[in-house]
Design a protein. Structure first.
Length: 400
């Protein structure tokens, strides 16, 4: 796809804002078809599937955010003049064609496409079958916006493939792919990484941890835990594991209070063997695999640790590398925790729910990357470009 100037890209976005607003009835009606067919026992996925007026407003707001952001293509990252007369510039450049694989959330069809398009990338959207009616309607909106501005609809395409066809496409793509972003379970991510013939940027599992240090403000800790665990269980930045320092004052009483408050909010609490000495009636961890699990449900594990080092070791061993929090009044200890924990976002006295493009000032996001190359954390507009070198000469040849 050719390079587009900023003006034409922004015209498409303005068209899309108007079209989404005018087509909200059709979008919500299509979404209702998806909801009617969905097995509501998976509450987290069902919540992500819903599109109502508020969700359409959110889609429009995401496009408006990107519209206001600076075009990320062609920005000079560095420049230098060499003694031989060569002038070298390192500039941002589009990836080319991006493929994103995702489940349930129709708003990804808007957010992923608007980011990719403004960064001058073609995007292939492989949504889940549970959102097919919603996604088809949203693709129609994109194609209207592109046609209104004289552009090919191939810039934004919804892939209509079943699981087997998608796997075959990854093995033998019918067109050149430059980047794949899988948003799903570990089996999907592993398959994509095994078979993809291009760069893969992983939007990994959450399985986020919070460590309550012995010097924590306990009331504040409870407030943060409740927000991180219960405010939105379907989010990848929700809390799943809580570690409490056994040296905290009134440890047993605090563990009991934590359990009571979580139970009162409908959260099922599983405990490790140490915490079970205090909470003898709770379910006890029987298999190590639970420490790796992302719940996306009203469930958490509470464990005990002896110190900061033990907490960091446990988090780095089991977490998804997404987000981790320390609750403590000791700033030096907090900094040690934040330096040592291997996660995309680390927090001191704050909820993991802030690991989000909008909350972190990035704006709309394609995903939360838990990879370390080429970017980690929210994938916003600035992160959907690569780079290339522009070398300007006047007949220079290399002699050695």
């Amino acid at each position: 796809m050719k390079l587009l100037n900023t003006d034409i890209k922004n015209k498409v976005l303005r068209s899309m804002i108007r079209i989404l607003d005018s087509k909200r009835k059709e979008i919500i009606t299509a979404n209702q078809k998806d909801l009617d067919l969905f097995d509501k026992t998976d509450r987290a996925m069902y919540d992500r599937l819903i599109v109502d007026d508020k969700k359409v407003d959110g889609m429009i707001a995401a496009i408006q955010e990107v519209l206001q952001q600076e075009d990320p293509v062609g920005k000079i990252k560095s420049e230098q003049a060499l003694e031989n007369g060569l002038k070298i510039e390192n500039k941002t450049a589009p990836f080319g064609t991006i493929m994103i694989i995702y489940e349930s959330r129709p708003d990804v069809t808007i957010e992923a496409a608007v980011l990719a398009f403004k960064a001058n990338n073609k995007i292939l959207l492989k949504g889940g079958k549970e959102a097919v009616h919603s996604n088809v309607e949203l693709e129609k909106c994109w194609h209207l916006a592109l046609k209104e501005n004289g552009l090919d609809t191939q810039w934004i395409q919804l892939l209509h493939m079943n699981r087997e066809e998608t796997q075959e496409f990854l093995r033998n793509p019918t067109e050149k792919l430059d980047l794949i972003v899988p948003r799903g379970g570990e089996r999907l991510i592993a398959f994509v990484k095994e078979h993809a013939k291009c760069a893969v940027l992983v939007s990994g599992r959450g399985n986020n941890f919070l460590f309550v240090d012995k010097d924590a403000d306990w009331a504040q800790s409870l407030e943060v835990i409740l927000n991180a665990k219960t405010q939105k269980i379907s989010a990848c930045n929700a809390l799943d594991k809580i570690l409490v320092d056994v040296n905290i004052d009134n440890y047993s009483d605090k563990i009991k209070e934590l359990n009571t408050i979580l139970n009162g909010q409908g959260v099922s609490v599983v405990v490790d063997s140490k915490v079970a000495e205090v909470l003898s009636e709770n379910s006890v961890v029987e298999d190590e695999s639970i420490w790796y699990e992302e719940f996306l449900a009203m469930k958490c594990v509470v464990g005990a640790v002896d110190d900061l080092e033990s907490a960091v070791q446990k988090i780095n061993n089991y977490s998804g590398g997404h987000s981790a929090t320390i609750m403590t009044k000791n700033k030096e200890l907090a900094m040690e925790f934040m330096d040592q924990v291997d996660s995309a976002a680390v927090y001191h006295n704050a909820s993991t729910r802030f690991t989000d493009g909008g909350q972190m000032g990035v704006g709309a996001e394609l995903a939360i990357s838990t990879d370390k190359l080429h970017h980690r954390g929210p994938l916003g507009l600035e992160q959907l470009v690569t780079n290339k070198y522009y070398v300007y000469g006047d007949g220079q040849v290399r002699m050695s």
